[in-house]
Design a protein around this ligand. Sequence first.
Ligand SMILES: *Cc1c(COP(=O)(O)O)cnc(C)c1O
Length: 346
Amino acid sequence: MPPLTKPNRIATTDKPTWGEQLAHTISDFETLCHHIALDPQTLRKKYHLPDKFRLKVPHAFADRIAKADPNDPLLKQILPTKDELTTKDGYSTDPLAERGYNPIKGLLHKYPSRVLITLTGACAVHCRYCFRQHFDYSANMPTHTAQDEIVHYINARPQIKEVIFSGGDPLNVSNRRLLDWLIRLDTDTDISIIRLHTRLPIVLPDRVDDELLQGLKTLKKKLIVVLHTNHKNEIDHEVTQACQKLSAVGVTLLNQTVLLKGVNDDVDTLCELSYALFHAGVMPYYLHLLDKVAGAAHFEVDEKTAVTLYWQLLEQLSGHLVPKLVQELPNKAHKTPVDVYRYCID
Ligand SMILES: *Cc1c(COP(=O)(O)O)cnc(C)c1O
């Protein structure tokens, strides 16, 4: 017989805000082990305590790590391991040679038709393969007057059609600060697209709050949000809802994935990811070869394996679910398609 009264529920207002969740990310090894039901001894042999770029993961993402599985693909993305100490030829602290394309603090202009703006160096999560993990953000934040300078820079160069907020994570800043920038670019420039590159809707879906959505809705320019997801387990119900809310205010959603050894370097995992993204309303955009950043060599998938995976994806997926396989070569003014015919087996 059904109960006559509903059981008491915790009031939804008791849920921490995204800001509170961001202030209480998991940043120590014991807490992480406890959260994922692993005896610290099991992971201790792998674990490394870096001075910089420490362990950092929101509870919302840690909740999606399988319990008691030291090889979980989400855990591998965030757990600092001793492998990071291995050096390898070709791996550097500035793999994309970005330091030379920085006309104004906080602005990166490397590709002719689009510029990157960095509002913060902070992210909600520290992905161990992050290509900007050695970037000195403190010396490269937009100053108080930067907004005028940047708007002036853009308007003086009509070839710039798109502004990309990157980072760090642009959704790591307050709505007031982000919307102030978006509205300024929306009203005072002739660019046609504003883009946000963010992992926050994945790792902390409550970031997509009403205030943000209301603000985005007022923009007249076309808005694209490029998410960063590497495995289907990153996409749960809350993430799907956050994506749907963004779609509902007119945002085009795309995703980029980094091909990572031990995380997503097999065809089934990549197919499942494409389907999971599509069901959340997100189109696969790029599948990147790893950027050769010092400390990440253990994630490398060699080019031949990557190309083989790509041909398998073409075989198994509808064309619209296949991301473009690209790499970022230093000093090239665009992403470079990987030469898939070099290893064509047919
Ligand atoms: C990746 C990137 C972009 C955006 O490139 P798209 O191919 O348009 O997604 C822009 N500027 C820089 C410096 C980049 O690394």
